[in-house]
Design a protein around this ligand. Structure first.
Ligand SMILES: Cc1cc2nc3c(=O)[nH]c(=O)nc-3n(C[C@H](O)[C@H](O)[C@H](O)COP(=O)(O)O)c2cc1C
Length: 223
């Protein structure tokens, strides 16, 4: 199974310290999945590895086969998103909403790349709420992308106190409880990914339902 973890932070600001709390949360998820499912292919997408430019031009806005050389990385990411069986979306909270860096990265790709596969919402915070308000909004966002979120969510309040920079639990005595908590979400994610993957093999949803390929008006109700 191919699982894509998408980190939703490009923050460089100090304060608040430490930078990019999300990196350690994403690493904790990667370590958890690799330990529990060694046969899975787990990849971590870091938005800092992509030059998304000043002007917003989504990947799908380039004519097929005409993505400029400089955007090879975006092309490769489109393939990774298409090939993935499941997504782990890691977000901080900005004004009670999901991270703009995560939204911006995901918005570069059409929903047909994400659709008919499950996602797991993972949020965190420096303070006490664990990003829960962002998480609620993420359900709508990810549903629109077609990668429906599983019911279990993972929230990590006080993330800098729970995890060190490499995503390891700071307190050994709490590690088992955290792992059990993570397992609920990742088990649901893999169950749905397995079920959806089998059914995609039997019936191609892209052919059955049809993807939107032209413009947003394709979604409109008849007049
Ligand atoms: C404009 C702005 C709005 C924020 N809003 C919230 C918020 O609503 N809830 C929250 O818990 N943290 C909020 N924060 C704090 C960030 O979530 C926090 O800095 C977090 O560590 C960012 O993730 P990162 O470290 O991975 O970049 C906000 C920060 C900024 C700059």
């Amino acid at each position: 199974m191919k699982i894509l973890i998408v980190l939703g932070s490009t923050r460089k600001s100090l304060p608040p310290k430490p930078p990019r709390l999300g990196a350690r949360v994403a690493e904790a998820l990667r370590a958890h999945l690799e330990a529990d499912y060694p046969d899975d292919d787990v990849e971590l997408i870091d938005p800092l590895d992509y030059d998304l430019g000043k002007v917003f031009k989504p990947h799908f806005a380039y004519a097929s086969g005409h993505v400029p050389k400089a955007l090879d990385a975006l092309d490769a990411l489109a393939d990774q998103i298409r090939d993935a069986d499941a997504y782990v979306m890691v977000s901080s909270e900005y004004n009670h909403s999901l991270s703009p860096a995560l939204a911006h990265l995901l918005n570069h790709f059409g929903s047909s790349l994400y659709a008919y596969k499950p996602s797991l919402i993972v949020t965190y915070s420096a303070g006490q709420w664990g990003g829960v308000r962002a998480a609620v909004g993420m359900r709508t966002f990810l549903s629109e992308l077609g990668c429906l979120p599983v019911s279990a969510m993972i929230h990590v309040p006080h993330a800098a106190e729970v995890l060190d920079e490499d995503g390891r639990y700071r307190k050994e005595e709490g590690a088992e409880r955290w792992e059990t908590y993570l397992q609920r979400g990742t088990t649901q994610l893999r169950w749905w990914a397995d079920a959806a993957g089998e059914h995609r093999k039997a019936v191609d949803p892209h052919k059955l339902v049809g993807d939107f390929t032209r413009d947003p008006q394709q979604r409109n109700a008849p007049e």
